[in-house]
Design a binder for this molecule. Sequence first.
Ligand SMILES: Nc1ncnc2c1ncn2[C@@H]1O[C@H](COP(=O)(O)OP(=O)(O)OP(=O)(O)O)[C@@H](O)[C@H]1O
Length: 232
Amino acid sequence: MPHQPPSDGLILHDISVRFGGLTALEGVSLRVPPGRTVGVIGPNGAGKTTLFNVVCGFVAPTSGQLTLDGRPLRPRPHQLKKRGIARTLQGVGLFPSLTVLENVLVGESDRDRAEATLERCGAASYRDEKPAALPYAIRKRVALARALVTDPRLLLLDEPAGGLGVQEIEELGELITGLSCSVLLVEHHMDLVMTVCDEILVLDFGKPVAHGTPDEIRTDEAVADAYLGAAA
Ligand SMILES: Nc1ncnc2c1ncn2[C@@H]1O[C@H](COP(=O)(O)OP(=O)(O)OP(=O)(O)O)[C@@H](O)[C@H]1O
């Protein structure tokens, strides 16, 4: 991979989020370098969705800053595309009255690009169908196509494996691995995270407890403790 200046990509600097008396994130720093896939995992309530919402602009951090390619980023949900950021949300979120192709055209109005992206996501044969008629896994592919059609620098994926079967998760993993943009992946399914991520941040009660490669995370005692504690 070519050398990247250390300020490139998305950087979260010491982010904290408080909801009243509850601290959802505390002192979280993270870099998503260009072209890399960074996963955020942790037990229920660890702060993963809150972190995702901070990057999407749904939640303003109580303290800390974000930068994108060295420039301050104050994300607003409706301005993400302008900054080269695309996202998928938990679930699917397609427009039920539009066809698959029309849903992707909402992301980007270039028809050839929309069709090519559907093809790439394995959903081209459903282009004229309405989402409600389609299996859940296909709807998720369409939602991914709608995000990718904007040709983002940074793709934010919030639990993309939710509701998918083992085979479908494997196919999703292949799709994510083939992407050239940076990816921030918030996910429960460890198999997917371990397969596609270059780096993983582990949160527990809003705090970073580990950060490393999948191999480092797999053998990290603090990670095992966080998950065993959650299981208990
Ligand atoms: N809008 C909000 N108002 C108040 N508390 C919130 C809000 N959003 C999240 N929280 C709290 O912040 C903490 C972190 O929640 P968050 O949803 O980020 O965790 P998570 O890791 O995504 O959990 P899960 O795996 O269950 O989705 C939880 O205690 C949650 O109840």
